[in-house]
Write a protein that binds this ligand. Sequence first.
Ligand SMILES: [Zn+2]
Length: 136
Amino acid sequence: MSKRRKAQPILQDCPCGLPAAYADCCGRLHRGEVSATTAEQLMRSRFSAFAVRDEDYLLRSWDPETRPADIDFDPGLRWDRLEILSATAGGPFHTEGTVEFRAHYRAHGTPGELHENSRFRRDQGAWVYLDGDIEN
Ligand SMILES: [Zn+2]
């Protein structure tokens, strides 16, 4: 056995793009330790949930009115990076908000992007994703 150890990355960057480790960022929301205080934070955490394929989190952060029965993750799709373009309302004292974003992905190695304007609202105090319009 070799005495040399492989260097282990201590911090794994959070997929949402904030300069933090996943475990200290969206991981805390995914584990249910904290909840999103803004619609933008929920948006980021949902992007990360798609990236790490956390189906439970995606379903529980989805409005019960529009929530699908389950989520069909495409095994050939990898979510790479999130850009928040703009947001309206969605703050600690709001009950509704929108977040416009561009989500970059690779589908079987080919880069692509999803540009969406998402709507969020509070459901019993917690931010949830309602629906969104795909932009061009
Ligand atoms: Zn994050």
